[in-house]
Design a protein around this ligand. Structure first.
Ligand code: HEC
Ligand code: HEC
Length: 340
């Protein structure tokens, strides 16, 4: 099982990571959490929330429980589905309670402890408090924190699970959020072919290797390996779009950040279509067409300077790039029974 293998590798590579407390469970096969060899230190600190298998299981139960929404129809898992690498498959923008539509595409959830900020616009900077945003959102789950605690407390199944996980039966908001954050922390995707190539367990085909060159020359500056994002807020030259979403500026009111979005990871693209913050690109071909022909025609003032001339790609380069991007798909992650 790739996760177990990764855990062993992580142990030999990053044992003395200062971000990980002296918690024997913090990087073990038992929790599924590990730091893949060669990856940076995680941003999320486990010191106030040490991993424990029973807490992770409780977090998974909460994540998949529709009772956490006002009308008991929508769970976190409705919009973040395992087979979609925890994105919402088949939806351009998210669907919440009463079929209400959001304005953004549900991103896949993986390698979250490495994100310095969360959401397309960085509107949250903590894995635990982020959870309150979809919970309370009118277009997502529409639940108040008080009602949440009341509902969870009312279910006998949780009374037992909280006792096992936390040592006492008390059910409070902090424990709910920490449990869910622990489950999210274990969603580590490091089992793609690209990762096996880094570990010298596989090698690229000729096309994948050529695609890697094209990628490193044109894309890696923003989609930086091994996480395939630099986590910066940038505009890749998309037009404002139907929703006229101002992106990062919505959060910091800084005119210079208008239309900028967090650079997304390019792992697991096979499972997370459609693409871009509003799901406007249905396929990778559409994405490459944008970079190759969509920007140069009319670069907007906010477009990242690196992209002012677009990225001219001929048909062969596009195919090679696509072959390389496919090596970033982690099928074992999307099928991992531990996440269901
Ligand atoms: C109705 C669909 C919907 C539901 C329900 C939902 N989400 Fe999301 N989620 C989204 C969308 C859309 C975004 C992107 C939002 C944005 O950028 O403004 C998102 C973003 C996130 C992110 C940030 C990912 C990143 O790459 O920055 C996390 C973490 C997350 N959701 C976790 C959760 C959790 C936990 C729950 C349950 C409490 C939940 N979501 C419920 C649709 C949903
Ligand atoms: C200047 C930085 C930059 C460069 C260079 C860049 N991108 Fe992006 N990329 C972004 C940003 C920012 C987004 C998010 C745009 C949005 O949705 O508003 C993005 C989104 C994407 C997405 C959509 C992912 C998703 O989950 O929705 C794909 C695929 C992608 N880029 C591939 C590439 C490829 C392939 C290259 C090289 C040919 C490339 N990018 C070059 C910044 C960049």
């Amino acid at each position: 099982m790739p996760l177990l293998l990764g855990a062993l590798l992580a142990f030999s590579g990053c044992r003395k990571d200062p971000a990980i407390p002296e918690n024997p469970l913090a990087a073990s096969a038992e929790t599924g959490f590990h730091i893949p060899a060669g990856w940076p230190a995680p941003y999320y600190s486990f010191s106030e929330n040490p991993l424990k298998p029973e807490i992770i299981q409780l977090g998974k139960k909460l994540f998949n429980d529709p009772k956490l929404s006002r009308d008991s129809t929508i769970s976190c898992g409705s919009c973040h589905q395992p087979a979609g690498a925890f994105s919402q498959t088949g939806h351009i923008i998210s669907h919440g309670v009463d079929g209400r539509l959001g304005t953004r595409n549900s991103p896949g959830l993986f390698n979250l402890v490495w994100h310095p900020s969360l959401m397309w616009d960085g509107g949250a900077n903590n894995l635990e408090t982020q959870i309150l945003i979809p919970l309370q959102s009118h277009v997502e789950m529409e639940m108040s924190p008080q009602e949440l605690v009341t509902r969870v407390s009312a279910q006998p199944i949780y009374q037992k699970a909280f006792l096992e996980a936390w040592g006492t039966p008390e059910i409070n908001l902090a424990r709910i959020l920490k449990s869910m954050a622990q489950f999210e922390a274990t969603l580590i995707s490091d089992g793609a072919k690209w990762d096996r190539v880094q570990r010298r367990q596989a090698s690229f085909t000729a096309d994948e290797a050529r695609g890697e060159k094209v990628f490193m020359a044109n894309c890696a500056v923003c989609h930086k390996p091994p996480l395939f994002t630099d986590f910066a807020f940038r505009s890749n030259g998309l037009s404002a779009g139907v929703a006229n979403d101002s992106g990062r500026m919505r959060i910091n009111r800084n005119e210079g950040d208008k239309y900028k979005f967090k650079v997304p990871s390019l792992r697991n693209l096979a499972f997370t279509a459609p693409y871009f913050h509003d799901g406007r690109a249905a396929t990778i071909d559409d994405v490459l067409k944008h970079y190759s022909e969509g920007i140069a025609a009319q670069p907007a003032p906010y477009t990242d300077p690196q992209l002012h001339n677009g990225i001219r790609l001929d048909a062969t380069e596009k195919e090679q790039l696509k072959a390389f991007l496919q090596t970033l798909n982690d099928t074992a992650f999307a099928r991992n029974p531990a996440f269901r």
